[in-house]
Write a protein that binds this ligand. Sequence first.
Ligand code: GDP
Ligand code: GDP
Length: 437
Amino acid sequence: MMLPTIVLVGRPNVGKSTLFNRLTKTRDALVADLPGLTRDRHYGRGVVGSKPYLVVDTGGFEPLVDSGILKEMARQTLLAIDEADVVIFLVDGRNGLAPQDKVIAERLRKSQRPILLAVNKTEGMQRAIASAEFHELGLGHPLSISSAHGEGVRDLVELALENFPEPGEEEESQGNQVPKVAIVGRPNVGKSTLVNALLGEERVIAFDQPGTTRDSIYLDLERNGKRYTIIDTAGVRRRGKVFEAVEKFSVIKTMQAIEEANVAILVVDAQEGITEQDAHVSAYILDSGRALVVAVNKWDGLEDDKREWIKREIDRKLQFLDFAKFHYISALRKKGLGELFHSVDAAYKAAMAKLSTPQLTRVLEDATMQHQPPISKGIRPKLRYAHQGGSNPPIVVIHGNHVDGIKESYRRYLAGVFRKAFQLTGTPLRVQFNQGH
Ligand code: GDP
Ligand code: GDP
């Protein structure tokens, strides 16, 4: 299922990034805490109730305003609007209606996307009064919110997503399911070359989807008697004999592909090093909870000192992917692909692992025996048993008393113990606490 995409639009300073940060800061947002990654992040993942969605903040794109007058909406913003399922148009309830708001409204109307008009910064104001003058924009009923205080935000998102179904239960039976493997990375790292190396002349489109920039290609792959569905984001498609290059790097497409997959292969370029865009794509993978294998591509023809350099780059910049295996490959020379797929298999197995309650509870007991949960506010949390709350990523739910007092460092300790005990390499692992029973 494609995740709905919400795009935030509005003139500068209306509060887009404040809203973005609020929407993307979920309970288990590991990524939000990673230093250096939150900066310049315009794409994120949010969850309301049990519905995940993607959100784009167009604020950091090219400026919308030129010497005080909005001339045209920046190209990237227009692209994002094209990819939106719903646009949230933010205006400033304290400053009132601005001339640029009218220009943006006009442009949005032409986009023919569903639009919600949100009047921000209305905390402490009378809603009806704050929003009255914005009726003039002709975009329906203005909704009063306060991004900074969180007021009205949940209602806004629920309204934005009301036409999207609840996500269905994932088929969890590991049995004869074919692993879905997304090949992702920024442009020119070698994704198409890798897909071609894997599929060669056998390249067959399994099921093709309508050709907008945000769609990926699904391909059947058989390797060593095992079947996979490759989700190809690189955008080279073959219809009959005609290759049609539709490459336009779309972050939304990449995020959708990751979301659809069981395992992501993140391709990075050993010759170019690790860029901010690589780190961002890594962050989405972490956010989504999908299993991960990293392919450090273009390893052929690299001098020794360059190899040392890229390894240091990886240690420094992709440290937070320490649960994943890294492979040094050459897609061009078809080197290292066998081992890469061993890790894909292992990561898939780990992501889908079935962990029984008795086993989990035994490991939990050992772990708490080794290190008791630290006392918090005079009370020592008591952890009683654990069960599995989900797969891909595996979720371990620990039941106990006074679990509110458990510190992040202790949660990480337990995650490490479970990971080791069940050999969960290649997949993120979530540990949650449940108070009471
Ligand atoms: P952007 O340029 O549209 O991304 O706007 P920002 O999110 O950077 O916000 C611009 C300014 O408005 C900042 O000083 C925010 O703290 C402030 N702001 C954002 N949301 C609210 C709100 O709900 N209430 C108030 N009073 N200020 C807000
Ligand atoms: P994409 O945009 O990620 O799909 O990247 P492409 O597969 O189109 O590759 C970009 C460029 O990198 C092309 O010129 C490829 O020939 C080159 N390339 C891809 N893989 C390798 C590799 O393993 N070694 C070297 N030396 N070049 C490669």
